[in-house]
Design a protein around this ligand. Structure first.
Ligand SMILES: [Zn+2]
Length: 403
């Protein structure tokens, strides 16, 4: 007898629930729109350039990476230590972790070669691990076994240095923003903060290169191991992100960058929106005359692309094991590849350092916009009486050098 009543009640309840869910959805949508606001010109100008720290002989960031660093060799350990020293000394708020694996390779017989991935991250201070999504910036730090003494400056020493620069350039702004949010109780409770649980991680991957020749088994050693481990590492059952790999909001992979006038296609339809964000920032840096590299060809020729063919999947790289597990990928790799690809000329001397510096600004701006750091990036290094953006850039580079 009470059954009918219950059905009627639950119908009404359903309507209310639907209404409430629409309201929540609208709030989330609003929150999302607000969280991804366009970064201001002032903030773009405030992003420091790497200055002489990308010098190939003496630069604090790049020079130590420009050496052979084949997995399991002293060169690899030295480069890893360079990353560790940098984060421990300059960026102590970043959490450092390592993910280890070993594998035989077709070129090294029965020896188990060690592969060490390094992950550095910063999350909002109030969050627990399953409640934060992480913008994930990635490059591989290993170098190819052959030819002997191959450096791999674009592949991917320079991208590693760019990511170090990005971490350093947003560090203070992250601290300021999260402190301000906590002071206002935002992020601690309710929906007001739900879209703000955004962290960042940078992954330096080992073992991207094939030892003999590229196959599914002889390549991506570090990425395959890390993706599998991230997938099998669960968060608490009630978490928003149920395992570590699902916490990756976007996997931005930098590879083969450092040659002048690169052309980066848009590879994936599902992340074309993020490609367009990057392309828009690129255009603004050019228009502001902040970039110092030779202009001309657009680095992002597919910015206005609306339909296929999409090249996703044609280029095998560290994103593959992650993409196979449902991770969204923005692949920043030029096509065609640099002229120096996999030959001895891929060394420091053949880098276009203006292009390397501009990439580091661009990736930093993308991360700053993603993390909504507008207003928190310090502009103090920009000359107050500079008469042009170019002068402001020069002043900022000088300011950076002092650090
Ligand atoms: Zn390579």
């Amino acid at each position: 007898m009470t059954g009918g009543g219950e059905v009627a009640l639950s119908n009404i309840t359903m309507v209310y629930l639907k209404l409430i869910s629409y309201i929540i959805y609208a709030v989330l949508l609003l929150g999302h729109t607000r969280a991804y606001t366009r970064i201001s010109d002032e903030s773009l100008r405030a992003i420091p350039g790497p200055g002489n720290e990308f010098d190939i002989k003496s630069g604090k960031l790049l020079a130590p990476v420009l050496r052979p660093r084949v997995p399991g060799t002293p060169g690899s350990t030295a480069v890893l230590n360079h990353f560790v020293d940098f984060f421990k000394t300059s960026l102590p708020k970043w959490k450092i972790s390592f993910q280890n694996s070993t594998s035989k390779t077709p070129a090294t017989g029965d020896s188990e070669i060690p592969f060490v991935n390094m992950i550095v991250s910063r999350d909002p201070t109030w969050t627990t691990p399953g409640e934060v999504s992480r913008l994930t910036l990635v490059a591989h730090y290993d170098s190819k076994l052959t030819p002997t003494d191959f450096i791999g400056a674009t592949d991917s020493a320079a991208p590693c240095a760019m990511l170090m620069h990005t971490a350093r350039s947003i560090d203070a702004a992250l601290t300021k923003k999260w402190s301000a949010m906590q002071a206002e109780d935002i992020g601690v409770q309710g929906f007001l903060g739900i879209e703000e649980h955004k962290g960042i991680q940078i992954i330096f991957l080992d073992g991207e290169e094939a030892f003999l020749s590229w196959t599914d088994d002889d390549s991506l050693y570090g990425a395959r191991s890390l993706a599998a481990e991230m997938e099998s590492t669960s968060h608490a059952a009630t978490s928003t992100y149920h395992n570590v790999i699902s916490s990756i909001s976007l996997f931005v992979l930098l590879d083969l960058l450092g040659e002048a006038q690169p052309k980066v296609p848009s590879y994936f339809q599902t992340t074309h929106w993020s490609y367009q964000k990057m392309a828009a920032l690129y255009k603004r840096f050019r228009d502001l005359e902040v970039f110092t590299s030779t202009g001309g060809a657009n680095w992002f020729p597919d910015v206005n692309k609306i339909a296929g063919p999409w090249m996703g999947g044609l280029i095998e790289d560290d994103h593959m094991p992650f993409m196979a597990r449902g991770v969204e990928v923005l692949h920043l790799i030029p096509h065609p590849f640099p002229r120096v690809w996999h030959v001895m000329d891929d060394d420091g001397e053949h880098l276009d350092l203006d292009t390397v510096a501009d990439w580091s600004l661009l990736v930093t701006a993308f991360a700053a916009e993603w993390l909504d750091l507008d207003g928190f990036l310090e502009a103090k290094n920009v000359g107050s009486n500079a008469t042009s953006a170019q002068e402001a850039h020069g002043t900022r580079v000088a300011g950076r050098t002092e650090l």
